[in-house]
Design a protein. Sequence first.
Length: 186
Amino acid sequence: MSKSLNQTQTPLLPPPAPMLKRLSAALLDGLFQIILIVPLVFLILWLLYPDIFDRTNDPEPLEYLPLCLSVLLLVLGYYVIGGCIFHGNTPGKQILGLRVLKLPQLKPLTFVDIVFRSVMFMLFCYIRPVFWLNCLWTCFRKQHRSLHDLCCRTYVTNRETAEQVGDTVRTVVQPEGSEKSADRSE
């Protein structure tokens, strides 16, 4: 007996992005963040504390809180703006040909998905014990889905594979007669 794929069933997952490719994309993103964010941090530092490099007047540790928050917001902005420009991908993932898809429909991420995924990624990266757990988790799982992928229900695959799967999903889920109505509107 053969089973037919109906609209409620989820398609099979495409092969995951190779772990080395995901790591390379993360390293590229880190390099871009250094190039873009470090000059902005120095500017903010200079604006908030004009005499910061004068060691005679050391600020209290809590005085650095605005600086720390602005750095976190700049990094979050990098991921959110990059995700919006590149349809859910960071610039590193875009350059290396990776695609982030929303499960279970395997569709591109929405703005809310991008923001939530970025916040979860930063949370799992900046808390060191969780970071190392996340690294081990990602390396030893078959689908290479990290903790923020599991929380956000996302899946990283190659761009070519994602485009093929996207065409298959559109073909399977597209209701009958929708092509006819699209032809009439032209």
